[in-house]
Design a protein around this ligand. Structure first.
Ligand code: NDP
Length: 337
């Protein structure tokens, strides 16, 4: 017998398209929401299903049409896709044509020589597994998750082309590729007739490598850009300004992916950035999102969340006015010490 929550079928908010901004992804016909939700953390097998479900529903109600996954998100590997499959089955499946769902392969996934890197063997098998876990006929975007120096780029790009032609994905993307690798990969994909839709690099106030060529490259190539960890995994929020809460990514004893990235010096910078944010009438997390989204090359900011309120905060960032030159100079001054 189903409980009271089960009995009430989810109906998406009627006003879900009222406030979200949708931006063209490079030169393609596809538009993406300026804020997208990633399921790397907090949607795994050991996380509370109802919390993940509530976040996905709230996100969609706020116009977040894009959900980003990968084969190995969890833990354990694969479990975030399973969780998302359950959320689809319970709530979001009737809205499948309103959703852009992505997955990836490229990192370690299963034992042996065919569960990692960039071979055609790995990518096709991995996507078949992902589709099964999510209960989908196709994903909207399939990424090669990181460059693989051991596999010829022609093989990896050929696999992406095959994946589209075989109906497993509608578009393909690259993640963590350097500018020159991106150019080469995009040229191969173009020659095969499957243009590269999108690049997924890291980018935030604390991690600006893409400003050194990649943002120019994607613009020149007509490729969209969705930037991951725009909050530097939480350091660019007010969460750590007064210490490390136990219930935070840095405070968790297991699978702390902030290890080695967290420092008191960064928290001090965050405190100073927070002053600028307050002057703009924004939370620090919101200013961090406005700041990456100010780049014309950036299509979407790909956030993570551990609770519904964080998603609401992120969408709230879109209401802010543009930065003044003085604010941008103040931010540069803080970051450059
Ligand atoms: P963020 O930088 O957005 O960090 C998200 C975390 O910050 C949350 O889980 C939460 O952590 C904290 N947070 C978020 N909002 C707030 C707020 N308003 N106030 C206080 N704390 C807040 O992104 P992620 O690092 O999670 O990455 C986002 C997505 O990017 C991933 O899910 C994945 O889809 C993608 N990604 C891709 C990679 C790639 O190689 N292609 C690599 C990494 C990520 P807390 O638990 O402490 O509350």
């Amino acid at each position: 017998m189903s409980g009271p929550v089960e009995a009430l079928a989810y109906v998406a908010a009627a006003d879900r398209y009222a406030t979200m901004r949708y931006q063209r992804c490079g030169r393609s016909g596809l538009k993406l929401p300026a804020i997208a939700l990633g399921l790397w953390q907090n949607f795994g097998g050991s996380d509370l299903f109802e919390n993940g479900r509530a976040m996905a529903r709230r996100a969609f109600d706020l116009g977040i049409t894009h959900f980003d996954l990968a084969n190995n998100y969890g833990p354990p590997y694969g479990s975030a896709e399973e969780t998302f499959g359950r959320i689809l089955a319970k709530d979001l499946a009737p809205y499948r044509d309103e959703l852009v769902i992505s997955s990836k392969a490229g990192y370690d996934m299963w034992a042996g020589p065919y569960g990692d890197r960039g071979s055609r063997k790995y990518l096709v098998a991995s996507l078949d597994q992902s589709l099964k876990r999510m209960g989908l006929a196709y994903v909207d975007i399939f990424y090669h998750h990181r460059p693989d120096p051991e596999t010829p780029l022609e093989e990896t790009m050929g696999a992406l082309d095959f994946i589209v032609r075989s109906g497993r994905a509608l578009y393909v993307g690259l993640s963590n590729y350097q500018p020159e690798q991106t150019r080469q990969a995009a040229a191969i994909l173009r020659s095969l007739g499957t243009p590269c839709l999108i690049h997924q690099p890291s980018y935030s106030l604390f991690n600006r490598w893409v400003e050194d060529g990649l943002l120019d490259t994607v613009q020149q190539e007509g490729i969209g850009c969705i930037v991951f960890s725009p909050l530097f995994q939480g350091l660019l929020t007010d969460k750590y300004l007064g210490g490390i809460p136990q219930d935070s990514r840095a405070g968790r004893s297991q699978a702390n992916t902030l290890q080695g990235k967290f420092s008191e010096a960064k928290v001090e910078l965050a405190r100073r950035l927070d002053q600028v944010a307050q002057g703009r009438g924004q939370k620090l997390s919101q200013m961090a999102l406005s700041w990456v989204l100010r780049q014309p090359a950036v299509t979407s900011a790909l956030i993570g969340a551990s609770r519904v309120g964080q998603i609401e905060d992120a969408v709230g960032a879109l209401a802010a006015r543009p930065f003044t030159d003085e604010e941008l100079a103040a931010i540069e001054g803080i970051l450059r010490g």
